[in-house]
Design a protein around this ligand. Structure first.
Ligand SMILES: *Cc1c(COP(=O)(O)O)cnc(C)c1O
Length: 423
């Protein structure tokens, strides 16, 4: 364990020793009074990589110069533009290239994937998820269940946290899976919980679900680009994620999907299909028969939104350069430093910060600020700290290792102290 200090010099020394320090300059920072803000909301919308604009400009230029010919003759032709994203993404999620595709947006993709992986029968129809899942996931599950003629109340089984605890226990999830047993059709959980920042034991939970014959899928919105993923080795059936949180691809941008290799090339899997999922060799022969591409691209429906894939591709090139291992190494140190700073400030102001994020975490810390209120949040925002506030008084702090510095953590601690003392 490194010995941390709550001191500016120490934080600056940590930055000087940081192998990722140069990446900070490759992102645009919002400014307040001419200074970079301290950005803690990379779990909501990642900062813009400076190179993203070039990638978008290239498409705009090709469109102006080539118009329809850009599909085949642009420098990066549009008809297979999406294929360029699969390789770097496969590394980020621990998959082989053919298991990954990019299309649509996250909630839309979860619906599409449910078509293939939620196939309830009278005997096997239940779904296990975490209690208080992200609202969009709850709406998605409820509407899918109703679509199949079941009632959400007898179908969706939520695993609860124990009384007085802020996190889910793997053993409770596994025993719920065993209990539902042959009635279980699907396990679908957010790999990293958006509220408390907990990283679920995806390997153990997937294994437990497979053992009772269920499909297992993961919503990786808060996991991708944040924590180590080995979707293929964990034997996950399917997963989906958005790209605008830790993946820095821009607001509302495209989603990625993972489909386990064992389902690829299967002609009769239930699936909603469109022309971008049929073999590209014969696609433009405009034949009536659908011939699925033998990769996750078979799930693509429409021709891809190239203008939005452009900044996603730009961002993935930064992930290629840095690699997940280096990113995670910095993440552990940076979030560890933030935790230390919170502890030090807590002593100085005699407040009670309660970190509700368990030890299994990525970069996010969710902190109960007992005795504090919305005024503190306003103070932080007015002093250049972009932070997320959830009622009653939880702040979510996600220092993304790509672009946040140790000095940011130190300065945040000072502002937090001033904010509390100025009341
Ligand atoms: C952010 C997030 C979403 C957002 O879905 P969109 O379809 O991209 O709007 C869905 N699920 C989870 C768990 C999220 O964290």
């Amino acid at each position: 364990m490194m010995k941390f200090e709550n001191a500016l010099d120490f934080a600056r020394q940590m930055d000087a020793n940081d192998p990722l320090k140069s990446f900070r300059e490759r992102f645009h920072y919002p400014q307040l009074n001419g200074k970079d803000v301290i950005y803690f909301t990379g779990n909501s919308l990642g900062l813009q990589p400076k190179v993203a604009k070039d990638y978008v400009d290239d498409i705009m230029k090709d469109w102006a110069d080539l118009a329809v010919e850009g599909h085949f003759y642009a420098e990066k032709p549009w008809w297979d533009y999406h294929e360029r994203l699969a390789q770097p993404l496969a590394k980020v999620v621990g998959a082989s290239v053919e298991e990954v595709s990019v299309m649509n947006t996250l909630s839309v993709n979860l619906h599409f994937l449910m078509v293939s992986f939620y196939r309830p029968t009278q005997k096997r129809f239940k779904i296990i998820c975490e209690e208080k899942a992200f609202p969009s996931d709850q709406y998605m599950l409820q509407s899918q269940v109703k679509f199949h003629g079941f009632r959400p109340s007898d179908t969706i089984v939520e695993v609860k946290k124990r009384e007085g605890e802020h996190f889910w226990r793997t053993e409770d999830i596994v025993s719920k899976i065993d209990e539902v047993g042959d009635a279980l059709a699907l396990v679908l959980i957010g790999g990293v919980n958006y509220y408390n920042g907990q990283v679920f034991d995806m390997a153990a939970i997937t294994q437990a679900g497979k053992n009772v014959g269920a499909f297992v899928g993961w919503d990786l919105a808060h996991a991708v680009g944040n924590v180590a993923l080995k979707l293929h080795d964990w034997n996950v059936d399917f997963a989906a994620w958005c790209s605008y949180k830790y993946m820095n691809s821009g607001p509302g941008n495209a989603s990625g999907i993972f489909i386990n290799k064992k389902y690829l090339g299967e002609g009769d899997i239930p699936r909603f299909e469109g022309w971008w999922g049929t073999k590209k060799e014969s696609r433009f022969q405009m034949k009536p028969e659908f011939e699925p591409i033998e990769t996750a691209d078979a799930w693509q429906v429409s021709n891809p939104p190239v203008l939005s894939l452009a900044p996603y591709l730009a961002s993935l090139q930064l992930f290629e350069e840095v690699g997940m291992a280096a990113l995670i190494a910095k993440q552990k140190l940076l979030t560890g430093y933030l935790e230390f700073i919170l502890g030090e400030i807590d002593k100085e102001v005699k407040s009670t910060f309660e970190i509700i994020t368990p030890a299994e975490r990525g970069c996010q810390l969710s902190v109960f600020l007992h005795g504090e209120g919305r005024a503190l949040f306003d103070y932080l925002m007015q002093h250049g700290v972009i932070v997320d506030w959830r009622e009653p008084n939880v702040i979510r702090l996600a220092p993304a290792p790509f672009y946040c510095s140790f000095e940011d953590m130190y300065r945040f601690g000072q502002l937090l102290k001033e904010g509390i003392l100025s009341k």
